[in-house]
Ligand binder design. Structure first.
Ligand code: C2E
Ligand code: CA
Ligand code: CA
Length: 378
């Protein structure tokens, strides 16, 4: 395979270029005397074309892809070492395009992003063990009674120098450096402990990422953590995205069997944004759908979005599911959603994700507000 790739690279490169293998599956092309950056692009395109042709060994056909990072001398760096380092950063970006082949030029912003990512990767393990990463809680509200019915745990990282880091920035890093199990167990342990202090009727919603659904022991590990914290599985709701389920329907079913058996509920997160294969989902037992906030956001101004929300609510009703609308920011949205039959709302209108301590206060205040008026007089 390597010899074959080497020959293809020779074909894609020009006569005066140097083609080398660095080790493993990494090759480099030193392209001398390029008139302009388009000429680098042209070489990259020829490489992609060559590599994208299947390779036949015996009776098997192999389909390979290639990621290409490009750095230019002298504008991208003063030395060969620096040029290689930057080409490597660009390569890293190109590989994000998987499974497609792709090429990327180095740029300075890329360098900054990569350095930040490296920093996050270096600090994450320590941050998990010393408790800098912890769940915050965003309330879910019953639209009819305005009562809080539970909280969704959302991961927050308080970094000593970078400040608050959003989950969108560190969860992908945890995924790529193999820390996701550790992170999830840590978060669930804290969240289950906090939720066990809330009134019994309040649920804890917890996000599980697609990669974790592939693990056979997922259910068992979750149930063990709940037992240790003294939280009944009936109070836990697992949030999954459609894409997580549709990718590997049987695997997901299997991973969830133990949880479902113990009474854990399953919610479909960001509903409407994935490649909603309702057909695929028909055999998949879910308890709740969460309508993505993009629909809620545009329903006021776009009749189409409004119609879609109605359709999603009808779908939920037809299947006997609970429906939560995400991203409720204005009272008018809450009113419209309630009128259309949506049971629960979540969003800045009711509260941002808050610390465990603030969540307890929130519960107390919410109970007072929902109590009959006479209680206030007395
Ligand atoms: P998500 O599960 O869809 O979570 C809801 C996101 O919407 C949260 O962002 C929340 O702060 C934000 N949000 C809530 N209400 C409003 C609103 O009214 N308006 C607007 N504009 N936004 C609102 P956050 O906390 O940054 O989380 C981003 C995503 O990161 C989450 O999306 C979830 O997919 C993921 N995530 C967060 N915590 C965890 C975790 O512990 N494990 C895993 N696997 N994923 C997590
Ligand atoms: Ca969620
Ligand atoms: Ca969501």
């Amino acid at each position: 395979m390597l010899v074959n790739i080497g020959m293809r690279l020779r074909r894609a490169a020009r006569e005066k270029d140097l083609v080398a293998r660095f080790g493993g599956d990494e090759f480099a092309i030193l392209a001398r005397e390029l008139p302009g950056s388009e000429d680098a692009t042209n070489i990259a395109l020829r490489v992609i074309k060559e590599i994208d042709q299947p390779i036949t060994t015996g009776r098997l056909q192999h389909h390979l892809g290639v990621g290409i990072g490009i750095a230019l001398f002298p504008q991208d760096g003063p030395s060969d070492v620096e040029i290689l380092r930057r080409a490597d950063i660009a390569l890293y970006r190109a590989k994000d395009e998987k499974p497609q082949s792709a090429s990327r030029f180095f740029d300075a912003e890329m360098d900054a992003r990569t350095q930040e990512r490296d920093r996050i990767e270096r600090d994450l393990r320590g941050a998990i063990s010393n408790g800098d990463v912890r769940p915050h809680y965003q309330p879910l509200i019953d639209l009819a009674t305005k009562q809080v019915v539970g909280f969704e745990a959302l991961a927050r990282w308080e970094h000593p120098t970078l400040g608050w880091i959003a989950p969108d920035r560190f969860i992908p890093v945890a995924e790529s450096c193999g820390l996701m199990n550790e992170l999830t167990e840590h978060l669930l342990r804290l969240a289950a402990r906090d939720a066990s202090q809330w009134p019994d009727k309040l649920t804890l919603a917890f996000n599980v990422s697609p990669s974790q659904l592939k693990e056979r022991t997922l259910g068992l590990r979750i149930l063990t953590i709940l037992a240790e914290a003294g939280l009944s599985p009936r109070r836990l709701e697992i949030e999954l995205t459609e894409s997580a389920i549709v990718h590997d329907l049987e695997g997901a079913q299997e991973a969830l069997t133990a949880l479902r058996g113990a009474g854990v509920r399953i919610a479909l997160d960001d509903f409407g944004t994935g490649y909603s294969s309702l057909y695929h989902l028909r055999n998949f037992k879910i308890d709740k759908i969460k309508i993505d906030r993009s629909f809620v956001d545009s329903m006021e101004h776009e009749p189409d979005a409004y119609a879609l929300v109605r359709a999603l609510l009808g779908f939920g009703r037809g299947l006997g599911l609970t429906v939560t609308a995400e991203g409720v920011e204005k009272p008018a949205q809450a009113v419209a959603l309630h009128q259309e039959g949506c049971q629960q709302g979540q969003g800045y209108l009711y509260g941002h994700a808050m610390s465990a301590k603030d969540a307890v206060n929130f519960i107390r205040l919410n109970a007072m507000e929902a109590a009959p008026a006479s209680a206030h007089v007395a």
